[in-house]
Ligand binder design. Structure first.
Ligand SMILES: Cc1cc2nc3c(=O)[nH]c(=O)nc-3n(C[C@H](O)[C@H](O)[C@H](O)COP(=O)(O)OP(=O)(O)OC[C@H]3O[C@@H](n4cnc5c(N)ncnc54)[C@H](O)[C@@H]3O)c2cc1C
Length: 324
Protein backbone atom coordinates (compact mmCIF):
# COMPACT_ATOMS: atom_id res chain seq x y z
CA UNK A 1 0.00 0.00 0.00
CA UNK A 2 1.28 3.46 -0.88
CA UNK A 3 0.27 7.05 -1.56
CA UNK A 4 -0.02 8.06 -5.22
CA UNK A 5 -1.07 11.58 -6.20
CA UNK A 6 -2.74 12.25 -2.86
CA UNK A 7 -4.61 8.91 -2.73
CA UNK A 8 -3.97 5.68 -0.88
CA UNK A 9 -3.59 2.71 -3.20
CA UNK A 10 -4.00 -0.79 -1.79
CA UNK A 11 -3.46 -3.92 -3.88
CA UNK A 12 -4.74 -7.22 -2.52
CA UNK A 13 -5.67 -10.76 -3.51
CA UNK A 14 -8.59 -12.77 -2.17
CA UNK A 15 -8.47 -16.40 -1.08
CA UNK A 16 -9.03 -17.54 -4.68
CA UNK A 17 -6.18 -15.48 -6.06
CA UNK A 18 -8.33 -12.76 -7.65
CA UNK A 19 -6.48 -9.42 -7.65
CA UNK A 20 -8.04 -6.15 -6.51
CA UNK A 21 -6.87 -2.54 -6.50
CA UNK A 22 -8.54 -0.14 -4.08
CA UNK A 23 -8.00 3.60 -3.91
CA UNK A 24 -9.15 6.05 -1.26
CA UNK A 25 -8.57 9.56 -0.02
CA UNK A 26 -7.82 8.28 3.46
CA UNK A 27 -6.87 4.99 5.09
CA UNK A 28 -8.03 3.74 8.50
CA UNK A 29 -5.78 1.20 10.14
CA UNK A 30 -8.07 -0.74 12.52
CA UNK A 31 -6.17 -4.01 12.19
CA UNK A 32 -6.22 -4.83 15.93
CA UNK A 33 -3.18 -6.93 16.83
CA UNK A 34 -1.85 -6.49 13.26
CA UNK A 35 -1.77 -2.70 13.63
CA UNK A 36 2.02 -2.47 13.42
CA UNK A 37 2.22 -4.93 10.48
CA UNK A 38 -0.12 -2.69 8.54
CA UNK A 39 1.92 0.42 9.38
CA UNK A 40 5.05 -1.37 8.16
CA UNK A 41 3.29 -2.18 4.87
CA UNK A 42 2.29 1.48 4.54
CA UNK A 43 5.90 2.49 5.32
CA UNK A 44 4.61 4.64 8.19
CA UNK A 45 6.44 4.81 11.53
CA UNK A 46 4.43 3.68 14.59
CA UNK A 47 3.63 6.22 17.32
CA UNK A 48 3.34 3.58 20.04
CA UNK A 49 4.92 0.29 20.93
CA UNK A 50 2.47 -2.57 21.32
CA UNK A 51 2.32 -5.54 23.63
CA UNK A 52 0.48 -8.56 22.22
CA UNK A 53 -1.20 -10.57 24.96
CA UNK A 54 -2.94 -13.83 24.14
CA UNK A 55 -6.13 -14.81 25.93
CA UNK A 56 -7.37 -18.38 25.68
CA UNK A 57 -10.69 -19.96 26.62
CA UNK A 58 -11.81 -23.52 27.10
CA UNK A 59 -15.33 -24.84 26.45
CA UNK A 60 -16.68 -27.81 28.40
CA UNK A 61 -20.12 -29.46 28.69
CA UNK A 62 -22.46 -27.41 30.84
CA UNK A 63 -21.23 -27.27 34.44
CA UNK A 64 -24.34 -25.63 35.95
CA UNK A 65 -28.00 -25.10 35.07
CA UNK A 66 -28.59 -21.43 35.90
CA UNK A 67 -28.01 -18.41 33.67
CA UNK A 68 -25.42 -16.63 35.84
CA UNK A 69 -21.64 -16.40 35.48
CA UNK A 70 -19.02 -17.21 38.09
CA UNK A 71 -16.10 -14.95 38.78
CA UNK A 72 -13.06 -16.84 40.17
CA UNK A 73 -9.90 -15.53 41.76
CA UNK A 74 -6.77 -17.64 41.78
CA UNK A 75 -3.93 -17.66 44.31
CA UNK A 76 -1.79 -15.66 41.83
CA UNK A 77 -4.35 -12.81 42.05
CA UNK A 78 -5.68 -13.28 38.50
CA UNK A 79 -9.38 -13.57 37.88
CA UNK A 80 -11.33 -15.52 35.30
CA UNK A 81 -14.90 -16.48 34.54
CA UNK A 82 -17.15 -19.49 33.95
CA UNK A 83 -20.01 -18.35 31.73
CA UNK A 84 -23.10 -20.19 30.38
CA UNK A 85 -22.32 -20.75 26.70
CA UNK A 86 -24.43 -21.78 23.69
CA UNK A 87 -27.10 -23.45 25.87
CA UNK A 88 -25.31 -26.76 26.45
CA UNK A 89 -21.81 -25.60 27.36
CA UNK A 90 -19.74 -23.57 29.82
CA UNK A 91 -17.02 -21.17 28.72
CA UNK A 92 -14.03 -20.81 31.05
CA UNK A 93 -11.37 -18.15 30.56
CA UNK A 94 -9.31 -16.30 30.00
CA UNK A 95 -5.53 -16.33 30.28
CA UNK A 96 -3.05 -13.45 29.85
CA UNK A 97 0.02 -14.72 28.03
CA UNK A 98 2.54 -12.62 26.11
CA UNK A 99 2.22 -13.69 22.45
CA UNK A 100 5.53 -13.86 20.58
CA UNK A 101 4.49 -16.06 17.65
CA UNK A 102 2.75 -15.39 14.37
CA UNK A 103 -0.75 -13.89 14.35
CA UNK A 104 -1.75 -16.61 11.89
CA UNK A 105 -1.21 -19.26 14.57
CA UNK A 106 -3.05 -18.25 17.73
CA UNK A 107 -4.15 -21.17 19.85
CA UNK A 108 -4.37 -22.27 23.47
CA UNK A 109 -1.20 -23.97 24.66
CA UNK A 110 -1.35 -27.14 26.78
CA UNK A 111 -0.09 -25.03 29.70
CA UNK A 112 -2.98 -22.56 29.32
CA UNK A 113 -5.54 -25.39 29.14
CA UNK A 114 -4.06 -26.98 32.26
CA UNK A 115 -4.03 -23.61 34.07
CA UNK A 116 -7.73 -22.99 33.34
CA UNK A 117 -8.70 -26.56 34.27
CA UNK A 118 -6.80 -26.38 37.55
CA UNK A 119 -8.24 -22.95 38.36
CA UNK A 120 -11.83 -24.02 37.67
CA UNK A 121 -11.30 -27.26 39.62
CA UNK A 122 -10.50 -25.18 42.71
CA UNK A 123 -14.13 -24.01 42.66
CA UNK A 124 -16.39 -26.60 41.00
CA UNK A 125 -17.37 -29.72 42.95
CA UNK A 126 -16.57 -31.94 39.94
CA UNK A 127 -13.07 -31.11 38.70
CA UNK A 128 -12.44 -29.96 35.11
CA UNK A 129 -9.86 -32.06 33.25
CA UNK A 130 -8.20 -31.33 29.88
CA UNK A 131 -10.07 -34.41 28.55
CA UNK A 132 -13.38 -32.58 29.25
CA UNK A 133 -12.44 -29.72 26.92
CA UNK A 134 -14.54 -29.89 23.74
CA UNK A 135 -13.13 -26.75 22.12
CA UNK A 136 -10.71 -23.93 22.80
CA UNK A 137 -10.32 -20.53 21.23
CA UNK A 138 -7.81 -17.76 21.63
CA UNK A 139 -7.37 -14.15 20.63
CA UNK A 140 -4.58 -11.63 20.87
CA UNK A 141 -5.17 -8.35 22.66
CA UNK A 142 -3.36 -5.42 21.10
CA UNK A 143 -2.30 -3.49 24.21
CA UNK A 144 -0.30 -0.30 24.21
CA UNK A 145 3.09 -0.96 25.82
CA UNK A 146 3.07 1.01 29.07
CA UNK A 147 5.99 -0.66 30.81
CA UNK A 148 3.76 -2.81 33.08
CA UNK A 149 5.51 -5.93 34.27
CA UNK A 150 2.59 -8.36 34.20
CA UNK A 151 0.54 -8.77 31.01
CA UNK A 152 -2.77 -8.51 32.90
CA UNK A 153 -1.71 -5.12 34.28
CA UNK A 154 -0.98 -3.53 30.87
CA UNK A 155 -3.36 -0.69 29.95
CA UNK A 156 -6.60 -1.53 28.08
CA UNK A 157 -6.92 2.08 26.91
CA UNK A 158 -6.70 3.24 23.31
CA UNK A 159 -4.98 5.91 21.22
CA UNK A 160 -5.89 7.32 17.84
CA UNK A 161 -3.20 8.95 15.74
CA UNK A 162 -3.67 10.78 12.48
CA UNK A 163 -0.81 11.23 10.06
CA UNK A 164 -1.63 13.50 7.14
CA UNK A 165 1.87 14.52 6.11
CA UNK A 166 1.57 13.10 2.62
CA UNK A 167 -1.80 14.73 1.93
CA UNK A 168 -3.63 11.41 2.23
CA UNK A 169 -4.58 10.88 5.88
CA UNK A 170 -3.67 7.65 7.65
CA UNK A 171 -5.63 7.14 10.84
CA UNK A 172 -4.33 4.44 13.18
CA UNK A 173 -6.17 2.91 16.13
CA UNK A 174 -4.00 1.40 18.85
CA UNK A 175 -5.58 -0.77 21.57
CA UNK A 176 -9.23 -0.49 22.61
CA UNK A 177 -11.98 -2.68 23.99
CA UNK A 178 -15.31 -3.93 22.68
CA UNK A 179 -16.94 -1.94 25.46
CA UNK A 180 -15.36 1.30 24.20
CA UNK A 181 -16.00 0.68 20.49
CA UNK A 182 -18.52 3.51 20.07
CA UNK A 183 -16.15 6.02 21.67
CA UNK A 184 -13.30 4.78 19.49
CA UNK A 185 -15.45 4.98 16.35
CA UNK A 186 -16.71 8.48 17.20
CA UNK A 187 -13.19 9.70 17.98
CA UNK A 188 -11.94 8.21 14.69
CA UNK A 189 -14.67 9.87 12.63
CA UNK A 190 -14.17 13.20 14.42
CA UNK A 191 -10.44 13.04 13.75
CA UNK A 192 -11.05 12.43 10.03
CA UNK A 193 -13.81 15.03 9.68
CA UNK A 194 -11.46 17.89 8.74
CA UNK A 195 -9.93 15.77 5.96
CA UNK A 196 -12.96 14.02 4.50
CA UNK A 197 -15.63 16.42 3.20
CA UNK A 198 -18.22 13.61 3.13
CA UNK A 199 -18.18 13.55 6.95
CA UNK A 200 -20.62 16.30 7.85
CA UNK A 201 -22.72 15.51 10.92
CA UNK A 202 -20.92 14.26 14.02
CA UNK A 203 -21.68 11.54 16.52
CA UNK A 204 -24.89 10.39 14.86
CA UNK A 205 -24.48 6.81 16.07
CA UNK A 206 -25.20 7.62 19.73
CA UNK A 207 -28.90 6.77 19.36
CA UNK A 208 -28.66 4.45 16.35
CA UNK A 209 -29.52 0.75 16.69
CA UNK A 210 -26.99 -1.83 15.55
CA UNK A 211 -28.13 -3.92 12.54
CA UNK A 212 -31.13 -6.00 13.65
CA UNK A 213 -31.10 -4.35 17.09
CA UNK A 214 -34.21 -2.22 16.64
CA UNK A 215 -36.08 -4.20 19.30
CA UNK A 216 -39.34 -3.12 20.86
CA UNK A 217 -39.03 -1.77 24.40
CA UNK A 218 -39.57 -5.18 25.99
CA UNK A 219 -36.40 -6.46 24.34
CA UNK A 220 -35.90 -9.66 22.36
CA UNK A 221 -38.90 -11.53 23.83
CA UNK A 222 -41.36 -10.00 21.35
CA UNK A 223 -39.16 -10.88 18.37
CA UNK A 224 -38.72 -14.41 19.68
CA UNK A 225 -42.51 -14.79 20.08
CA UNK A 226 -43.01 -13.41 16.55
CA UNK A 227 -40.57 -15.94 15.02
CA UNK A 228 -42.10 -18.86 16.96
CA UNK A 229 -45.57 -17.89 15.79
CA UNK A 230 -44.60 -17.28 12.17
CA UNK A 231 -42.28 -20.33 11.80
CA UNK A 232 -43.58 -23.05 14.14
CA UNK A 233 -41.35 -25.71 12.51
CA UNK A 234 -38.20 -24.06 13.93
CA UNK A 235 -36.95 -25.72 17.17
CA UNK A 236 -36.85 -23.46 20.25
CA UNK A 237 -33.02 -23.59 20.36
CA UNK A 238 -32.86 -22.41 16.74
CA UNK A 239 -35.24 -19.50 17.32
CA UNK A 240 -33.20 -18.50 20.37
CA UNK A 241 -29.97 -18.58 18.34
CA UNK A 242 -31.47 -16.70 15.40
CA UNK A 243 -32.80 -13.90 17.63
CA UNK A 244 -29.42 -13.52 19.34
CA UNK A 245 -27.45 -13.60 16.10
CA UNK A 246 -29.60 -11.47 13.80
CA UNK A 247 -32.40 -9.83 15.80
CA UNK A 248 -34.96 -8.27 13.49
CA UNK A 249 -32.67 -8.73 10.44
CA UNK A 250 -33.67 -12.41 10.31
CA UNK A 251 -37.08 -11.35 8.96
CA UNK A 252 -35.31 -10.69 5.67
CA UNK A 253 -34.25 -14.32 5.13
CA UNK A 254 -36.96 -16.15 7.12
CA UNK A 255 -39.65 -14.46 5.00
CA UNK A 256 -42.95 -16.29 5.37
CA UNK A 257 -41.32 -19.76 5.63
CA UNK A 258 -43.61 -22.47 6.96
CA UNK A 259 -41.18 -25.37 6.55
CA UNK A 260 -37.48 -26.10 5.94
CA UNK A 261 -38.01 -26.40 2.19
CA UNK A 262 -38.97 -22.75 2.06
CA UNK A 263 -35.52 -21.99 3.55
CA UNK A 264 -33.75 -24.13 0.96
CA UNK A 265 -33.60 -27.12 3.34
CA UNK A 266 -31.99 -27.77 6.74
CA UNK A 267 -28.30 -28.66 6.58
CA UNK A 268 -28.13 -29.74 10.24
CA UNK A 269 -28.88 -28.45 13.76
CA UNK A 270 -31.23 -25.71 12.60
CA UNK A 271 -28.90 -24.23 9.96
CA UNK A 272 -30.70 -23.65 6.64
CA UNK A 273 -29.45 -22.83 3.16
CA UNK A 274 -31.22 -19.45 3.43
CA UNK A 275 -29.24 -18.59 6.57
CA UNK A 276 -25.97 -19.65 4.92
CA UNK A 277 -26.82 -17.40 2.01
CA UNK A 278 -27.41 -14.47 4.38
CA UNK A 279 -24.07 -15.09 6.10
CA UNK A 280 -22.33 -15.09 2.72
CA UNK A 281 -24.08 -12.07 1.23
CA UNK A 282 -24.33 -9.84 4.29
CA UNK A 283 -21.62 -11.07 6.66
CA UNK A 284 -18.90 -12.01 4.16
CA UNK A 285 -18.72 -15.68 5.21
CA UNK A 286 -16.69 -17.75 2.73
CA UNK A 287 -15.75 -21.06 4.36
CA UNK A 288 -17.30 -23.71 6.61
CA UNK A 289 -15.19 -22.33 9.48
CA UNK A 290 -16.55 -18.82 8.85
CA UNK A 291 -20.08 -20.21 9.14
CA UNK A 292 -19.65 -22.75 11.93
CA UNK A 293 -17.18 -20.93 14.18
CA UNK A 294 -16.89 -17.25 13.30
CA UNK A 295 -20.54 -16.35 12.48
CA UNK A 296 -22.12 -18.96 14.76
CA UNK A 297 -20.85 -21.58 17.20
CA UNK A 298 -22.70 -24.41 15.47
CA UNK A 299 -19.33 -26.12 15.12
CA UNK A 300 -19.90 -27.32 18.70
CA UNK A 301 -22.87 -29.38 17.44
CA UNK A 302 -21.92 -30.27 13.86
CA UNK A 303 -20.51 -33.74 13.23
CA UNK A 304 -18.12 -34.60 10.38
CA UNK A 305 -20.95 -35.53 8.00
CA UNK A 306 -22.81 -32.31 8.74
CA UNK A 307 -19.67 -30.29 7.94
CA UNK A 308 -19.28 -32.19 4.67
CA UNK A 309 -22.90 -31.43 3.76
CA UNK A 310 -22.24 -27.74 4.34
CA UNK A 311 -19.01 -27.91 2.31
CA UNK A 312 -20.94 -29.43 -0.62
CA UNK A 313 -23.45 -26.57 -0.45
CA UNK A 314 -20.62 -23.99 -0.46
CA UNK A 315 -18.87 -25.74 -3.37
CA UNK A 316 -22.10 -25.57 -5.37
CA UNK A 317 -22.09 -21.79 -4.89
CA UNK A 318 -18.67 -21.29 -6.51
CA UNK A 319 -17.62 -18.91 -7.81
CA UNK A 320 -18.76 -17.28 -4.59
CA UNK A 321 -20.86 -14.17 -5.15
CA UNK A 322 -19.45 -10.89 -3.89
CA UNK A 323 -21.17 -9.66 -0.70
CA UNK A 324 -23.90 -7.05 -1.19
C1 LIG B 1 -9.01 -13.04 24.80
C2 LIG B 1 -9.59 -11.68 24.68
C3 LIG B 1 -10.56 -11.26 25.59
C4 LIG B 1 -11.11 -10.01 25.47
N1 LIG B 1 -12.09 -9.65 26.36
C5 LIG B 1 -12.67 -8.44 26.24
C6 LIG B 1 -13.73 -8.06 27.12
O1 LIG B 1 -14.14 -8.83 28.01
N2 LIG B 1 -14.28 -6.84 26.97
C7 LIG B 1 -13.87 -5.98 26.00
O2 LIG B 1 -14.42 -4.89 25.90
N3 LIG B 1 -12.87 -6.30 25.14
C8 LIG B 1 -12.27 -7.51 25.25
N4 LIG B 1 -11.26 -7.86 24.39
C9 LIG B 1 -10.74 -6.87 23.46
C10 LIG B 1 -11.53 -6.77 22.19
O3 LIG B 1 -11.68 -8.04 21.59
C11 LIG B 1 -10.77 -5.85 21.22
O4 LIG B 1 -10.51 -4.65 21.87
C12 LIG B 1 -11.60 -5.55 20.00
O5 LIG B 1 -11.83 -6.73 19.28
C13 LIG B 1 -10.87 -4.55 19.13
O6 LIG B 1 -11.61 -4.38 17.95
P1 LIG B 1 -10.91 -3.91 16.63
O7 LIG B 1 -11.98 -3.85 15.60
O8 LIG B 1 -10.10 -2.69 16.92
O9 LIG B 1 -9.85 -5.06 16.29
P2 LIG B 1 -10.10 -6.58 15.94
O10 LIG B 1 -11.39 -7.08 16.51
O11 LIG B 1 -8.84 -7.30 16.30
O12 LIG B 1 -10.26 -6.57 14.36
C14 LIG B 1 -9.17 -6.31 13.51
C15 LIG B 1 -9.55 -6.84 12.13
O13 LIG B 1 -8.55 -6.44 11.19
C16 LIG B 1 -8.37 -7.53 10.30
N5 LIG B 1 -7.05 -7.36 9.68
C17 LIG B 1 -5.83 -7.48 10.23
N6 LIG B 1 -4.88 -7.24 9.31
C18 LIG B 1 -5.51 -6.94 8.16
C19 LIG B 1 -5.07 -6.60 6.84
N7 LIG B 1 -3.77 -6.51 6.54
N8 LIG B 1 -6.00 -6.35 5.90
C20 LIG B 1 -7.32 -6.46 6.19
N9 LIG B 1 -7.80 -6.77 7.42
C21 LIG B 1 -6.90 -7.01 8.37
C22 LIG B 1 -8.47 -8.76 11.18
O14 LIG B 1 -8.76 -9.91 10.42
C23 LIG B 1 -9.63 -8.37 12.09
O15 LIG B 1 -10.87 -8.76 11.53
C24 LIG B 1 -10.68 -9.13 24.47
C25 LIG B 1 -9.71 -9.54 23.55
C26 LIG B 1 -9.17 -10.81 23.65
C27 LIG B 1 -8.14 -11.24 22.66
Amino acid sequence: MRVEEGHWVVEARDDRGRAYRFTGKSLVNAAGPAVLDLLARASAPPDHRMRLVRGSHIVVRRKFEHAYAYFFQLPDGRIFFAIPYERDFTLIGTTDQDHDGSLAEVRASDAEIAYLCEGASEYFRAPVAPADVVWTYSGVRPLIEDGSGRPEAATRGYRIDLDSDEGAPLLTIYGGKITSYRHVAEAAVDALADHVPAITGRRWTAGAALPGGDFPTDGAATIEAEYRRAHPFLPAATVDRIVKAYGTDARAWLGGAKDWDALGGEIAHGLSAAEVNWMMMREWARTTDDILWRRSKLGLLFGKEDVEKLAVLLDAKHPLPLPE
